[in-house]
Design a protein around this ligand. Structure first.
Ligand SMILES: [Zn+2]
Length: 356
């Protein structure tokens, strides 16, 4: 989990440690993309091949880095991305036919869609949308080296819902970094208060608080990927809705429970994207939370409390990609022993690397 500002940038490597296969799932904000560019440049040229680069959805904290790393500047020499996985405007109808991909034409299309048209784009899906269709088998892609990737979402309904808002969302997502800076200082005025969690009933009260569910179309359109390699299983949820994830799990496993080695918690552990039903559907010890807490003040206390409360007795391990004002409270030793969990933090330079 690379440091990705308020977003996600997950670098997955598998196979031979000296010369691994690799893929990227999201690339954080624009400034993060420039750091990823440098990371790639530090690799030997022979290791600059990516089996896939995935953008789960069009929010700036997921897509921005793709623009700054690959679109707006020359790539480091020797970089080969075999396929970009991204649902563009032409995919939002999610037709089964292979309609030709169109450029948006307008300003917002210039940087991304037009560029993708010159690349290998959703080739693993025959150019189609990356989604789950009710009543049809789940799409699975076998990447070289034995990595199996299953698409658990979004549903066609969620793609369709994004269509009317596409132009507005992509304008927001591709706006300049300077503008984003002023936004974050405005949002910083409305800080959330610190709360002591003195006992299990306080934790329970916090876990039960759920003022609203996430209904943002862009988040709902997140690509949800299940990665399986040599018996290990990781679920990368983007910013997907909690009910969609729980539905996808029952669709996949034909039970209400899925055994995982790691779960990348949806939407940076926002309280609007985590529910009792979802937490109980995931049989997993390692919960990964990616955000530095800027802009949206994630993770929400209610979100983390929900994981610890509904999974109490499971010796949960929380992994934060970086340490932040928002998440460092969970390193409290009293809480860790009281609620039987551990918390690991990555560095602002490197993020956190988990090995399986
Ligand atoms: Zn996000």
């Amino acid at each position: 989990m690379l440091p990705a500002r308020e977003g996600d940038a997950i670098w997955v490597r598998w196979g031979d440690t000296d010369n691994p296969y690799q893929m990227l799932v999201d690339m954080g904000t624009e400034e993060v993309g420039r750091l990823i560019w440098q990371e790639i440049s530090r690799l030997p040229e022979s290791q600059r091949t990516f089996e896939a680069v995935v953008v789960t959805h069009i929010d700036a904290d997921h897509i921005g880095g793709l623009l700054s790393c690959f679109v707006d500047q020359e790539q480091p020499s020797g970089v080969l991305v075999k396929d970009f996985w991204f649902n563009g405007y032409a995919h939002l109808e999610a037709k089964t036919s292979t309609a030709p991909l169109e450029s948006l034409g307008a300003v917002q299309g210039e940087r991304l869609t037009k560029w993708l048209l010159t690349q290998s784009w959703n080739r693993s899906f025959g150019g189609d949308a990356i989604c789950r269709r009710d009543g049809e088998p789940l799409r699975t892609v076998e990447l070289p080296g034995g990595m199996q990737v299953t698409v658990l979402g979004p549903t066609v309904k969620r793609l369709n819902a994004l269509k009317p808002q596409w132009e507005q969302e992509i304008r927001i997502a591709t706006q300049k970094a300077e503008k984003r800076g002023s936004n974050s200082s405005l949002e910083a005025l409305g800080g959330k208060r610190y709360q002591d969690i003195s006992d299990i009933s306080t934790l329970r009260a916090l876990a039960k608080q759920r003022p609203m569910r996430d209904s943002k179309a862009a988040n709902g359109s997140s690509v949800i990927l299940l990665l399986e390699y040599e018996g290990k299983r990781i679920l990368l949820a983007g910013d997907a809705f909690a009910d969609d994830l729980a539905d996808a799990i029952s669709y996949y496993s034909s039970s209400d429970n899925l055994k995982l080695d790691a779960f990348k918690v949806s939407h940076h552990c926002s309280r609007g994207n985590i529910t009792e039903r979802l937490i109980k559907a995931i049989d997993c010890q390692n919960w990964l939370i990616s955000t530095d807490g800027t802009r949206h003040k994630h993770p929400d206390d209610e979100g983390v409390a929900s994981i610890l409360y509904y999974k109490s007795g499971n010796a949960i391990k929380l992994f934060f990609n970086v340490s932040s004002e928002r998440n460092e409270k969970w390193s409290n030793p009293t809480w860790k022993s009281r609620f039987n969990y551990s918390a690991e933090y990555g560095s602002t330079e490197k993020g956190y690397t988990l090995e399986f």
